[in-house]
Design a protein around this ligand. Structure first.
Ligand code: BGC
Length: 766
């Protein structure tokens, strides 16, 4: 075990130049070593769904290769598992591989919100919902860090597109940031305590994330108590000194000779307080110390041998992929396939022998092996069943009439057709956004022809982000969405298609009928350096549900080969809002009423119909995946809501506000399949209204103290009726929303400047 670094004493021994060098890496993937003081370099590698350790200098976007590692399901798939325990196990395996390869920090998970289906990197993100992103992100960090390897939660914050990602300003209002784009980070930081947080490339409200003191220091450290290190995204630093002062500890990769020189010059000229530099250096040293302590038994040198249980991890990748797939549709119970001897299953689609299982860019893993769905299906069907293949289309090229005709002919001779469709690599990747939600035309054109040849058509999808179904889904009675599910996705697909496993994934993003329905549509990807988050908090299902728009399939949807019944919803309240101890213990029972064992994802949605601000009609505030329930078996699922779960972010008070009144809690199987609902009565203190000259007459009248003072100042006439405007209800309706100081200038209303001044002086302290 190497000796622990004594950070305090090292700070006294390091020269200014050495300190500056520690705030930059030494190459693409390493921190800077200071050999004379025994400070080693530690390595970082991408993430997040498998390790991408590059043996040499590297290029960071996957062009040059990396050492073999298990490619687990991407976040697009893991998000659909709704299963934190599973994601934790994937994190543990990822950590074990990182440790074996001498990697101290894995650059992930990415927990940005899927604002638009077009974001090229959606396959690296979990969900359109902050709770799903935060819970699953925390689980991955927990698992990874349990192995003594650090996580880097990214990309902080509001990095929701690839277009102009290095410069664009994400212009997001305060409430939307707090309710949608930040809670995932907040949860991971406060609950899973990641070793590092990676700042985004983009600007947030005009300030680069790398230079954004509010994000990196006030919020992250001040409010959330983050004690780890902030690293830049690769190339996100533009002014090293400004970034350091804002709270960015480590620049990667290093702008050698420029950033270090700028830090030294800034300290010498007293532009930068050395205390700020020391703080960043301490965090870098703490990271190095943590990493070297846990890696003590492992070499830092990458080896060609995996050094981890490759078979065991492949099996985990297969189990995980099985949990992630979403059965979108299963008319007439076409699935699971039940072929018998003599039957022929036609497997159509190039993706069945050239599977697409991960996305392109910095997260691209060099897999230890890859399962092929066609072979896996052949191995899984009973003896005497033939599985025949026809590619049907070629990936990434235009329609090929001959391939299509062959596939249609094969379909016509089969008992059942399984078509593997999906997006080509070239359609979704880090670095650019998609331009449409459509599957390639050579695939969608094939679907009706296959269906005409054989109505028993199952479509299996491989894509990292939502694709449009509405133009072809009516031809396919069954659709299984496998996402980009890692190197074992082929085996998982075979397990699910044959019924060896029962689908239990649920949509972590809505599938809209058309791209134009997506709430961000009019404001994505922005222009002239700005992207305006104009839909506010109405992201994903929050927006579709608020507008009552029909969708292809709602958030949370996913079928099973069995059925579940919900019963006995209760939601007793304890504590009170005044001291923030309010809690609601929600529980219900779920019973498997079908014929096969299966798991249900129980979702808890909150609705505040009486809110004084505009709120989404349903917000996910809890979810739980049951254990595998045997037919007839039930499980009680419980959730604990706290006051924050019922609150909105007030832009007036810059804090979470819980309003009293009746809330509706619902549990169900999707945002549009609510099985049980119950009202709860919440007592909360009324919102304080700030009374001043700019408060309206209505606000004065609604305020108990203000109203009494105002009525007294205006006085009553001989009949006891209030004088001036207070006695004229019609006029009150017309100009009741005028500020009181404006009304003071209007003659005949009974309120003049002297009275307003007097009122303001008599107001009790607010
Ligand atoms: C990506 C990060 C990645 C880094 C290192 C950047 O371009 O945005 O997600 O971790 O490169 O490869």
């Amino acid at each position: 075990m190497p000796a622990q670094l004594n950070v305090a004493s090292l700070l006294g021994e390091l020269t200014l130049e050495e300190k500056a060098s520690l705030c930059l890496g030494s190459d693409f993937w390493h921190t800077a070593p200071i050999p004379r003081l025994g400070i080693p370099a530690v390595a970082m590698s991408d993430g997040p769904h498998g390790l991408r350790k590059q043996p040499d200098e590297g290029d960071h976007v996957g062009i040059s290769g990396s050492l073999p590692a298990t490619c687990f399901p991407t976040a697009s798939a893991l998000g659909s598992s709704f299963d934190p325990e599973l994601v934790r196990r994937v994190g543990e395996a990822l950590g074990a591989e990182a440790l074996a390869q001498g990697v101290a920090v894995v650059l992930g998970p990415g927990i940005n919100i899927k604002r638009s289906p077009l974001c090229g990197r959606n396959f690296e993100y979990f969900s359109e919902d902050p709770l799903v992103s935060g819970v699953l992100g925390s689980a991955l960090v927990d698992g990874l860090q349990s192995q003594g390897v650090g996580a880097s939660v990214k990309h902080y914050a509001a990095n929701n597109q690839e277009t102009d990602r290095l410069r664009v300003s994400a212009d997001v209002d305060e409430r939307t940031l707090r309710e949608i784009y930040l809670p995932g980070f907040e949860r991971v930081v406060t609950k899973a305590r990641p070793w590092t947080v990676m700042c985004a490339y983009n600007k947030v409200n005009g300030v680069y994330a790398s230079e954004n003191r509010w994000l990196l220091t006030e919020l992250l450290r001040g409010e959330w108590g983050f004690e780890g290190l902030v690293v830049s995204d690769w190339g996100a630093v533009h002014d090293r000194v400004v970034a350091l002062a804002a709270g960015l500890d480590l620049e990667m990769p290093p702008n050698l000779g420029v950033s270090d020189a700028a830090i030294v010059a800034a300290v010498c000229s007293e532009e930068l307080d050395e205390v700020v530099l020391d703080r960043a250096v301490s965090r870098v040293l703490q990271l190095i110390d943590r990493a070297t302590q846990s890696a003590a038994d492992d070499g830092d040198e990458a080896t060609a041998e995996p050094g981890f249980d490759a078979d065991g991890h492949h099996a985990l990748a297969r189990a995980a992929a099985t949990e992630c797939a979403v059965l979108l549709k299963n008319d007439g119970d076409l699935l699971p396939l039940q072929p018998s001897a003599g039957d022929m299953v036609a497997v159509i689609g190039e993706f069945s022998r050239t599977p697409r299982y991960q996305g392109a860019g910095s997260s691209q893993v060099n897999p230890t092996r890859v399962d092929n769905p066609l072979e896996e299906l052949r191995a899984a069907v009973p003896d005497g069943v033939r599985v025949e293949f026809s590619p049907g289309f070629s990936i990434g090229t235009t329609a090929d009439a001959e391939l299509a005709a062959e596939a249609v002919s094969l379909a016509g001779r089969a008992s059942v057709v399984v078509a593997f469709l999906g997006l080509p690599d070239a359609d979704e990747s880090e670095g650019f956004d998609r331009t449409s939600m459509d599957l390639p035309a050579n695939q969608t054109a094939l679907v009706p022809r296959l269906a005409a040849a054989n109505p028993n058509l199952v479509v299996v999808l491989a894509n990292g982000s939502a694709v449009r179904l509405s133009d072809w889904e009516h031809h396919a009675p069954a659709i299984l969405e496998c996402w980009l599910s890692g190197q074992a996705s082929g085996g998982a697909a075979a397990d699910l298609l044959t019924g060896a496993a029962n689908p239990s994934g649920r949509l972590a993003e809505t599938l809209p009928l058309r791209l134009e329905d997506n709430p961000s549509y009019l404001n994505f990807p922005g222009e002239h350096g700005h992207v305006r988050y104009g839909e506010g908090v109405f992201v994903g299902y929050r927006g579709y549900d608020a507008l009552g728009l029909p969708v292809s399939l709602p958030f949370g949807h996913g079928l099973s080969y069995t059925d579940f019944e919900y019963a006995d919803l209760i939601a007793p309240l304890t504590g009170n809002a005044e001291d923030d101890s309010l809690a609601v213990a929600v529980s219900c029972t779920v019973t498997n009423t079908g014929q096969r064992p299966g798991k249900e994802v129980v979702q808890l949605y909150v609705n505040d119909p009486e809110s004084s601000v505009s709120r989404p009609p349903r917000e996910l505030k809890g979810f739980a995946k049951t254990a595998t329930l045997a037919p007839g078996e039930g499980q009680t699922v419980t959730f604990r809501l706290q006051s924050r779960d019922l609150s909105y972010w007030s832009v007036r008070q810059h804090r979470w506000v819980l309003e009293g009144g009746t809330f509706r809690l619902s549990v169900g199987a999707s945002s549009r399949d609510l099985r049980l609902s119950t009202p709860i009565e919440v007592n909360a203190p009324p919102l304080p209204v700030q009374l001043d000259g700019m408060a309206t007459l209505e606000e004065w009248l609604a305020h108990p103290g203000g109203s009494a003072l105002l009525r007294e100042a205006v006085g009553v006439d001989a009949h006891g009726r209030p004088r001036g405007i207070l006695g004229d209800e019609e006029l009150l309706r017309v100009i009741g929303n005028f500020p009181i100081s404006t009304l003071a200038a209007f003659p005949g209303l009974g309120i003049d400047h002297t009275k307003v001044d007097h009122l303001l002086r008599r107001l009790p302290p607010q």
